[in-house]
Design a protein around this ligand. Structure first.
Ligand SMILES: *Cc1c(COP(=O)(O)O)cnc(C)c1O
Length: 392
């Protein structure tokens, strides 16, 4: 409630729309020479004056480099948060959250989630002495059944989640977590702040693989965390972890990420519109057994998605191809316009056979192709998939 009040207050102050903030960045014109674009700041160390006082507020680039602050400031603002931290990769940012917990803490995460993180988490929790429960997170009752009041420290969810694009109800997950004294972290990589701002639904931490839509151009690996309570103990521990362990983002990557975010509010709605058009077009196609996209009324998560997503349902969808693995691989091989590559959230459309990427232990059905939709003219993408499906 308090969070919603704060968001309402911000709106009442007629704060500019996030699209405006993103386009302009928060940095303003350089007082030094009028440059309208922030500088890349490669310096690793910051000089002191003759009295041994710091000239600015930076000391050393591993602690908190001025080179990453413009992108952190902007992302915090776009998420309606108070602070953000950038990391050397998405995985480094996610790991910092779990490393901020203590042995014996109980953690809940979804059964279906980003594969590399799930794999790492299972091993890490075993090594670190965290008690991990993997639950069917799209069912709020499953989270409720798994929480242990006083013992659960963190509930981690991902929505929409890889690669079924199931949608998790953030507000009810937050209520359940908070009632048990736990924090809620949301992997919002696919939604981006354009579609969902998890802090407004009660989340405590928002995570992004900034490698994906935030940067948007498939040329930076980065991770990000956002909070609306920078004084919270977990945030202090996460920040100290980054400073001490050093999984910081490099200055050039931070600069590219800021540049990528400036067009977020053009790229993401466009990609989501394209995804919706593709999902509608292939829903019911004779060669397609199922289209998984939360924007379709028939998707199990559509109801919640309609409540917690605005301006679209994301750029990710999966197609289950009639005829199983062999047909799926034939369709994949016949694509000319889609690039056959993993990852997501770039301006160019990608297609991949998830089960191949995830390997033998993958729970992903082997007839599933995962599509990351870009900003191309959608008719070209539809035509490419139509001709590829002729090969199924
Ligand atoms: C890519 C991704 C990650 C990991 O990010 P990296 O930058 O590859 O380390 C985590 N969660 C989701 C949903 C992702 O798509």
């Amino acid at each position: 409630m308090a969070k919603k009040d704060k968001a309402a207050k911000k709106r009442a102050k007629k704060a500019p729309h996030p699209a405006t903030l993103a386009a302009q960045t928060l940095e303003g014109v350089s007082p030094r020479d009028g440059a309208v674009v922030p500088d890349v700041r490669p310096s690793t160390t910051y000089a002191r004056d003759a009295d041994n006082g710091l000239i600015g507020d930076a000391v050393y680039a591993r602690d908190a480099s001025p080179s990453v602050r413009p992108a952190e400031r902007l992302l915090a603002e776009l998420e309606g948060g108070e602070a953000a931290l950038l990391f050397a990769s998405g995985m480094a940012g996610a790991a910092a959250v779990f490393q901020a917990l203590r042995p014996g803490d109980h953690v809940i995460a979804p059964k279906v989630m980003y594969w590399s993180l799930r794999n790492w988490l299972v091993q890490f929790c075993a090594d670190w002495g965290l008690k991990l429960d993997l639950v069917e997170a799209s069912d709020p009752e499953a989270i409720e059944a798994a929480v242990r009041p006083g013992e659960t420290a963190l509930v981690w969810i991902e929505t929409p989640c890889n690669p079924t694009w199931d949608v998790i109800d953030i507000a009810s997950a937050a209520d359940v977590a908070h009632a048990a004294g736990a924090l809620l972290a949301v992997d919002s990589t696919v939604a981006t702040p354009v579609h969902t701002r998890p802090l407004e639904f009660g989340a405590d931490l928002v995570f992004h693989a900034a490698t994906k839509s935030l940067n948007g151009h498939s040329d930076v690996v980065a991770g990000a965390l956002v909070t609306d309570d920078p004084e919270a103990e977990i945030w202090q521990r996460i920040r100290a972890n980054r400073a001490n362990v050093g999984a910081i983002l490099g200055p050039f990557e931070a600069w590219l990420l800021l540049r990528g975010m400036r067009t977020l509010y053009l790229r993401v709605p466009r990609a989501s519109q394209n995804a919706m058009a593709i999902a509608r077009h292939f829903d019911g196609h004779p060669k397609v057994a199922n289209v998984l996209y939360p924007g379709l009324e028939g998707h199990p998560g559509h109801g919640i998605a309609a409540l917690q997503m605005t301006d679209g349902f994301g750029a990710m969808l999966s197609l289950r191809i009639q005829g199983g693995r062999k047909s799926a691989l034939k369709v994949l091989g016949a694509c000319n316009r889609f690039l056959r590559a993993t990852s997501l959230g770039g301006v160019e459309s990608l297609i991949e056979h998830r089960a191949t990427i995830e390997g033998d232990r993958s729970p992903v059905p082997d007839d599933l192709l995962r599509l990351s939709i870009g900003i191309e003219e959608v008719q070209d993408l539809i035509a490419d998939l139509e001709q590829a499906l002729d090969h199924a």
